[in-house]
Design a protein around this ligand. Structure first.
Ligand SMILES: C[S@@+](CC[C@H](N)C(=O)[O-])C[C@H]1O[C@@H](n2cnc3c(N)ncnc32)[C@H](O)[C@@H]1O
Length: 435
């Protein structure tokens, strides 16, 4: 099997008998979970990492081959199945890539051009709190329109379009219920994407209108629009800072928990969370390690949002420190933790941040960089979109492993190990060179 290739395994057995033989980046399709529905399970480190429900039409369902007796991946490769289904899954999940030659279909291109309409519609129904209003019920469009003070006919047209993409279900004509996707748009879901959806439209998308500027100059379009950098802008606009900080926390909460369950921090007496945002990670870290202390280090606009109402036992072991990592970073950490920091900056700036840390590290201290690592092969991978987001918004970039090694080298550090995590991130563990 070629490097970077993903297998798509198709089964009609909900219990996933083939689990033991699944490889990383394997996508397992479990059939029989309800009429027309299929679950794509994503595997990392031999475990189910994530799942997406996909609705297939009757005729598409018939095209799914039945699961073969043998669970051997090389046999299953022959069962990759029908190209339409693969295309559909690729569109919905965004990051499946197989080495099966794909049919070139101009409809896919047309659909891609229309995605911003879908995105905007998801945003508006989220802002109107429609997923929260529906909650666990089935609601008529008239009631939804009345509760959201919208035009009933226009709202219906938006809702039926979204239902076509499985965001809501039209249970009976003009009555809607939440779907497996729209529940993530509710406020109180433990894995809610509501704040992230709001951030993506209210702050994250405007720079894309000036993509040409970034293409021509290599500089962030955001700075051209606002005459200042993104982080200066959110320092000056507290309401936007709140949108950004809530989105960061909500979007990555699961990843923070994955970091804590993957990496053994038990040697760490003091952790410095550099650019730690509103403190979700340090709080969880201090809960898990009752003898440790931590410093939450970030800009003033962010630390204004720090929640002081937390458990006293945690607050007594936490120092909240306002500062600028281009000037200096708090001293004395066993671990310097940087999640989603370096990707905001160009190479020169990233090395400056790393140098400000390496000059205060000792032979026992460790640097943990948590970032997306770009795959070697071009693919419809979320990380390449994030890379462009970094370009237009910050002038930063996502990097591959070689590029991270180079940054570390420039800052006098050496990569010790890369720890895989479920999801999109990896932990790059580094120490001082020559020790
Ligand atoms: C993309 S967010 C990541 C936040 C958090 N680590 C996470 O993963 O959710 C980048 C963080 O860097 C902080 N930051 C930006 N410029 C900074 C500076 N010059 N000094 C300290 N922190 C800064 C931002 O305020 C923000 O909290």
């Amino acid at each position: 099997m070629a490097k970077g290739c993903s297998l798509v395994l198709i089964s009609n057995n909900r219990k996933m008998p083939a689990k033991k033989c699944f490889l990383d980046n394997t996508i397992f399709l479990g059939q029989g979970v309800g009429k027309g529905k299929v679950i794509a399970y994503f595997f990392k480190n031999g475990e189910v990492n994530d799942g997406v429900r996909i609705r297939l039409r009757e005729e598409e369902l018939k095209l799914l081959p039945s699961f073969p007796e043998s669970n051997k991946p090389d046999i299953l490769l022959n069962y990759i199945g029908n190209e339409t289904i693969i295309d559909k899954i690729t569109l919905l999940c965004g990051y499946i890539h197989t080495d099966v030659p794909k049919k070139v279909d101009r409809n896919i291109l047309s659909l891609m051009m229309l995605y911003p309409r879908i995105t905007r519609s998801i945003y508006e129904v989220t802002k109107l709190s429609i997923p929260d209003i529906i909650a666990n019920s089935i609601i008529s469009i008239e009631e939804l329109a009345s509760k959201t003070r919208t035009d009933c006919s226009a709202l219906y047209r938006v809702m039926r379009m979204l239902a076509g993409y499985d965001i809501f279900h039209e249970k009976k004509p003009r009555y809607f219920e939440n779907s497996e996707l729209s529940i993530y748009l509710t406020r109180n879901h433990s894995d809610s994407l509501r704040d992230s959806v709001i951030y993506r439209i209210e702050l994250g998308s405007e720079s894309w209108n000036e993509l040409l500027y970034s293409l021509q100059t290599g500089k962030p379009a955001f700075d051209k629009i606002h005459n200042m950098s993104f982080f200066q802008y959110i320092e000056e606009h507290p309401e936007k800072a709140l949108v950004f900080n809530k989105a960061m926390e909500a979007q990555y909460r699961k990843d923070f928990n994955n970091i804590l369950s993957t990496y053994d921090f038990s040697f760490c007496r003091k952790l410095i969370d550099v650019g730690g945002g509103r403190g979700y990670f340090v709080s969880e870290f201090l809960k898990k390690y009752p003898n440790a202390t931590a410093v939450l280090f970030d800009l003033e606009s962010v630390l204004r949002e720090f929640d002081n109402s937390q458990n006293k036992n945690i607050l007594s072991r936490l120092e909240v420190c306002i500062g600028d990592f281009f000037t200096s970073v708090p001293f004395g950490g066993d671990i310097y933790f940087l999640k989603s920091i370096l990707h905001d900056w160009n190479d020169e700036q990233a090395v400056k941040i790393l140098c400000n840390i390496s000059k205060i590290m000792n032979k026992n201290s460790r640097l943990l960089i948590v970032e997306i690592i770009l795959p070697e092969k071009n693919s419809p991978d979320f990380s390449f979109l994030m890379d462009l987001q970094m370009l237009v918004q910050h002038g930063g970039r996502e990097r591959n492993l070689k590029e991270y090694k180079h940054l570390l080298h420039c800052a006098g550090c050496l990569l010790c190990k890369v720890h895989s995590l479920p999801g999109i991130f990896k932990i790059i563990e580094a120490k001082l060179q020559g020790l």
